[in-house]
Design a protein around this ligand. Structure first.
Ligand SMILES: [Zn+2]
Length: 446
């Protein structure tokens, strides 16, 4: 869709963690994918449009009860693992990696298999409203390049990482340190030469267990040389943490291992962070490193409960991640619900153990913030996406809670905030009529 597009109806977006703004009779003007104007309380859109002196535009009117929501941001997912999602939920992390993940990922040396799988997973994520995703791919350069091609074709905004693994990995799925660095460099150059502003390469050491000190230092240097972000896993599971600490005894904590190798910073984000000491959280805060909260995965792989309040109270940036396929659901709507349950569970545990019922579990406005603007902050995209503000890209979902094809039942008496909550807790992809990335319609049920 090119030219000027005008959307008229109800707009819902986050202003901050606790402030969800609902705008009735709102107008968004989009030119070449970028929001140029947002107006509130416009009684007569046709009269309003005559004041804009637009020569050529298309007006899209939302029906009553429909609303626009910023596109959802998944800050952590593994594209190849979608192949076996829903399997292995009886295992913990390290067993699960050996039984399911490594055999699955090693098959992506077959580029045709990679293209088929990546087309399915990116299409599914878009259908579920994930307009921006930070992907882990595999160690294979050609298959990683194919993921970039698929994402570009399907129109998602994405961070894509070639995974690095040069130690403590199976014989059939490992690379030398030099190959890992060379192929990462080639991958970054392949992606950057496309000059597609929607697709960004991201440095992606799998986790410290699978990466030598030399590799991690080399990756840090590449991140600086090419000015690209860094993603990895941190403090997911107790066995993983103790094994990691045994491999890097000179570092004072798991988090310090990454800091000692130059992998923390304002362009870095860590998945999970379930089991963290206060000083490790302080280290994330002082380096301005973000986290991807993957509640479904943390339940499914028995990793534990991540208390994101601890991070947010220290000023750490927090977004949501599906962690497909540690998490079984390819949906940030599910991630909001899983985060809600994790937060409620922490409240129950605190009440039971300490008779302390003051824990402030996550509210609907906060869940929507984490799924949109919060994730944008984690990825350094807060000036580009996450809310409806002039200058940002039009990454948006056109939600229809009332459609008979959907999974929400409206009874007629709901106010707007109740309609939004009904979508949050009972809605699905079938209530998402249109999915837009940078102004282009890329998916939807209509
Ligand atoms: Zn992961």
């Amino acid at each position: 869709m090119s030219g000027v597009q005008v959307y008229y109806g109800t707009l819902v977006h986050s202003l901050s963690l606790k402030e969800l703004e609902t705008i009735e009779q709102g107008v968004i003007v989009v030119e070449d994918g970028i929001i140029t104007q947002v107006e509130r309380n416009v009684k007569d859109v046709d009269t309003f449009l005559t004041t804009l002196n637009l020569t050529n535009y298309k007006l899209h009117r939302l029906e009553p009860k429909q609303f626009l929501l910023p596109g959802l941001v998944d800050t952590h997912a593994h594209a190849p693992q979608y192949v076996f999602s829903g399997s292995g939920m009886d295992l913990q992390l390290l067993e699960w990696l050996n039984k399911h993940v490594f055999p699955c990922e090693s098959a992506f040396k077959n580029v045709q298999h990679a293209e088929e799988a990546y087309t399915k997973v990116v299409s599914r994520f878009l259908k579920n409203g994930t307009t921006t995703c930070s992907w882990f791919a595999t160690i294979h350069l050609a298959a990683c390049q194919r993921l970039v091609d698929v994402v570009e074709k399907l129109g998602q905004r994405a961070y894509i990482g070639k995974v690095n693994m040069d130690q403590n990995s199976p014989d059939y799925y490992i690379e030398t340190t030099q190959d890992s660095l060379d192929n990462t460099k080639a991958f970054i150059e392949y992606t950057q030469q496309k000059k597609n502003k929607l697709v960004t390469p991201v440095i992606t050491p799998r986790f410290a267990i699978a990466c030598s000190s030399t590799l991690m230092k080399g990756l840090s240097a590449l991140a600086k040389e090419y000015n690209v972000p860094i993603q990895t896993h941190l403090c997911e599971n107790p066995d993983e943490i103790s094994f990691t600490r045994s491999l890097f005894p000179d570092s004072s904590s798991y988090t310090a291992i990454y800091d000692d190798h130059g992998l923390l910073g304002p362009n870095s984000y860590m998945a999970h962070c379930v089991h963290m000491t206060d000083s490790e959280i302080d280290l994330l805060a002082s380096t301005n490193t973000g986290i991807a909260h993957c509640a479904n995965s943390n339940f499914s792989l028995h990793s534990g409960l991540c208390d994101v309040r601890r991070f947010m109270s220290k000023g750490v940036k927090v977004g949501l991640g599906t962690d497909v396929a540690g998490g079984f659901a390819p949906s940030i709507i599910d991630a909001m619900r899983s985060s809600f349950f994790a937060s409620k569970t922490i409240k129950f545990l605190q009440r039971d153990q300490y008779n302390n019922n003051n824990y402030d579990y996550l509210q609907p406005a906060e869940l929507i913030y984490l799924a949109t603007l919060g994730g944008a902050h984690v990825l350094g995209l807060q000036d580009t996406i996450g809310s409806f503000v002039p200058g940002k890209a039009f990454d948006a979902l056109w939600i229809d809670p009332a459609t008979s094809q959907g999974t929400v039942d409206l009874m007629g008496q709901e106010d707007l905030s109740q309609i939004v909550e009904k979508f949050l807790y009972t809605g699905s992809d079938r209530n998402i009529l249109h999915v837009y990335v940078n102004g282009r319609r890329v998916s939807g049920s209509a």
